[in-house]
Ligand binder design. Structure first.
Ligand SMILES: Nc1ncnc2c1ncn2[C@@H]1O[C@H](COP(=O)(O)OP(=O)(O)OP(=O)(O)O)[C@@H](O)[C@H]1O
Ligand SMILES: [Mg+2]
Length: 399
């Protein structure tokens, strides 16, 4: 080692490492304090009039005229005269349209008398196939469209929970997750773990590492013949709150363990997210085979058939310019005929960039991204959500 290197090596010695630690600890401490400050909790941005017109399915000129004739209340207007609406205000407009609009019923998309709660699980054991991304974006889109939405984080990794600004390892270390509502001892009602969120019409049940206990506890409960068995526990928990929601969306972990089976058995519809690649499709096919065998065993155990109103395949992270991907997507469509959703979720840096700060493309400040990139991502995700919305409406016997 020459003199210079020696000097360098000495320059970062134990004292310096100690200083790194001190600096980190101090800064972490500051971050934690900020995280716990109620005023820096996540808030939802306001939406522009063209965004609101699209959500409400009215024209922007209709929106403008309704403000002019006084049938819509005033909203925040910037110094250039552009209107911006909070999610609550969008809901107020929807209510007014529902009472006075031409096709009033179209503005109330949620459940009607006799419609059953739709419970939709995002599944696949391929990690990173956009389950969480699809869940959070669909949940927010449907909340903005006027549905009452509950999302359940069923993944012990709790990435969905962090999207809502929670820090599961700190905030739910002692409890307060879906695990408490599913566990075999000291179980609590689902309502006790539901969190209201900053997102209007969107509630959430968090997850945390504790949820992984459910896997081993379920195995024990089965051998000790404890009832109700796993396949009934989530449906029973949901019964308590079912009148409060139109849709329940479940983010599943990337395994076919008892957690995912619990979700499958409580669902009315499934969304299998799949990246159109050879290995991804092979893995999905294994998932389906295993799911089919396991669900059969579950049916024997509970003495009734498990069935869904729909099982749809959603192509995710799709790049239309990628030859092999388009080929695989075409192959999927030909093999699974009508089950593959027409609209794919495009791969977009808007989605991954927003995701880095635990935001969706609905929440992110539009000025933070390239407008064209954001619009392309929004069009893609909105189209997926709208297509699935049709499927949901069909399950309720409409359209
Ligand atoms: N359409 C997309 N465009 C760009 N990036 C995406 C897209 N969908 C997901 N991603 C990114 O890919 C990564 C994995 O996505 P996500 O967490 O949704 O997958 P997952 O199926 O929930 O993963 P896991 O199996 O670990 O739960 C994330 O970093 C996310 O931001
Ligand atoms: Mg996930």
């Amino acid at each position: 080692m020459d003199e210079h290197n020696l000097e360098f090596a000495q320059a970062i010695g134990s004292n310096e490492i100690g200083a790194f630690a001190d600096n980190l600890a101090e800064s972490l401490d500051r971050q934690m304090k900020i995280a716990f400050e109620p005023e820096v909790r996540k808030t939802l941005r306001r939406f522009s009039s063209s965004e609101v017109a699209e959500m409400l399915r009215v024209s922007t000129s209709n929106l403008r005229n309704r403000h002019k004739d006084g049938s819509f209340p005033d909203v925040f207007t910037d110094n250039r005269g552009h209107r911006f609406y909070s999610a609550e205000e969008i809901d107020t407009l929807r209510g007014i349209l529902g009472r006075t609009g031409k096709n009033a019923a179209a503005y109330q998309p949620g459940r009607r008398e006799g419609d059953r709660l739709q419970v939709i699980s995002m599944v696949n054991f391929k990690g990173g196939s956009s389950k969480t991304t699809a869940t959070i974006h669909l949940a927010q889109r449907y909340a903005l469209r006027g549905y009452r939405v509950l999302v359940l984080d069923l993944d012990p990794q709790a990435s969905l929970t962090t999207f809502f600004g929670f820090r599961p390892e700190l905030e739910f270390a002692e409890g307060g997750t879906i695990y408490d509502a599913l566990r075999y001892e000291n179980q609590v009602p689902l309502s006790a773990v539901i969190q209201k969120t900053y997102f209007h019409r969107l509630d959430m049940v968090p997850a945390g590492l504790m949820l992984s206990e459910y896997e081993t506890e379920t195995a024990n409960a089965l051998s000790n013949r404890i009832r109700p068995i796993f396949a009934e526990r989530l449906s029973l928990a949901l019964e308590e709150v079912e009148a409060d929601y139109d849709l329940v969306l479940i983010d599943c972990p990337p395994q076919l363990g008892f957690i995912t089976l619990t979700a499958l058995a409580a669902s009315t519809g499934l969304l299998v997210t799949v990246i159109p690649g050879m290995l991804d499709i092979a893995s999905m096919s294994q998932f389906l085979k295993l799911a089919s065998e396991t669900v059969k065993a579950v049916e024997d155990a509970i003495g009734k058939r498990v069935s869904w109103d729909f099982v749809k395949f959603l192509i995710t992270r799709y790049e239309p310019s990628d030859g092999p991907q388009t080929q695989m997507a075409g192959y999927l469509r030909s093999m699974l005929a009508g089950q593959v959703m027409t609209e794919p979720m495009l791969k977009s840096t808007a989605i991954s960039d927003a995701g880095m700060t635990q935001q969706t493309i609905y929440e992110v400040d539009p000025s933070q991204l390239i407008r064209k990139t954001l619009d392309r991502a929004l069009t893609s995700v909105n189209s997926v959500a709208d297509e699935l919305e049709q499927t949901i409406q069909m399950a309720w016997g409409r359209r």
